[in-house]
Design a protein around this ligand. Structure first.
Ligand SMILES: NC(=O)c1ccc[n+]([C@@H]2O[C@H](COP(=O)([O-])OP(=O)(O)OC[C@H]3O[C@@H](n4cnc5c(N)ncnc54)[C@H](OP(=O)(O)O)[C@@H]3O)[C@@H](O)[C@H]2O)c1
Length: 242
């Protein structure tokens, strides 16, 4: 069964994701808003949080440290002996992330990889106490990945936490159930700066629909917006005529 996927992002008023680039406010600044975002994350009671390769690379700075040849590593799934939820998941198709411990921010790491990842890389992850799952193709089938996370790791509620690219892929695949955005009172305004959800030239028009669920004023001038996410409905006859 697919886990419930809740996308949570911190955004500027103009929808951008690099908090360090935003204007400040008498109500606080990007650092304080980021702390508020992290405190709110803890209240979600998710079994796991998931980020893209770029975002995880900011949290794990380890470099490659080959562990030598041995038995063939287990494929397609390896669950580390010490792995317990909540989990920290990274989508890293080509296997470019490295870890020097089994956990990030205190949560057991799981890496989702493409089929072309080398045995050497899998051995290194296993030696570091990191769990992994290897997809069947050179790109990662996110729906199949979610099924494995549910069946093998018991993940029922997953917080999707950016960045823009991985969020966009999840939305485009119709895998997001809920979107929550904490808007800080800051502006980015740089031409071409990343938005909180991006999906190439194509975007998401005609793919998803958001239904307002509620909003909450938060400390430091922030507002939390909450939406249910559904698949876009086919256009009705009257809409097609207009
Ligand atoms: N404001 C917030 O709440 C918030 C939250 C999280 C992150 N951030 C910021 O967001 C920035 C990173 O965002 P980003 O959009 O550049 O990167 P990202 O979404 O973190 O990572 C994108 C990478 O993930 C890998 N990936 C694997 N499968 C993918 C798929 N199906 N779809 C998309 N990506 C896939 C790709 O790596 P390969 O190229 O190796 O294949 C891709 O380049 C960071 O600076 C971080 O600080 C902000």
């Amino acid at each position: 069964m697919k886990p419930h996927v809740l996308c949570l992002m911190l955004s500027s008023i103009d929808g951008r994701l690099h908090a360090s680039k935003w204007t400040k406010s008498p109500d606080g600044g990007p650092k304080a808003w980021s702390t508020l975002y992290e405190q709110y994350q803890d209240t979600l009671k998710a079994d796991a949080w998931l980020v893209g390769r770029t975002t995880m690379a900011e949290m794990s700075k380890a470099t490659a440290h080959p562990v030598g040849r041995g038995d063939s590593p287990s494929r397609p799934v390896h669950r580390a002996a010490t792995a317990t939820g909540p989990f920290a998941i990274a989508v890293d198709t080509s296997g470019s992330l490295h870890f020097d411990k089994p956990a990030v921010n205190g949560n057991s790491v799981i890496v989702a990889l493409g089929a072309n990842v080398s045995d050497d890389h899998l051995r290194e992850l296993a030696a570091d106490g990191v769990s992994y799952l290897v997809g069947e193709g050179s790109t990662i089938d996110l729906a199949a990945m979610l099924e494995t996370l549910s069946t093998t790791f018991g993940i029922r509620r997953l917080a999707l936490e950016g960045g823009a690219a991985i969020n966009g892929s999840f939305f485009a695949a119709g895998l997001v159930d809920e979107l929550q955005v904490i808007v800080g009172p800051g502006l980015d305004a740089r031409t071409g700066a990343d938005g909180i959800i991006e999906h190439g030239e194509e975007g998401l028009a005609g793919r998803v629909e958001l239904t307002f669920v509620g909003c909450e004023t938060m400390p430091l001038g922030c507002v939390r917006l909450s939406y249910a996410v559904g698949r876009a409905r086919a256009k009705g006859v009257s809409e097609l005529r207009s």
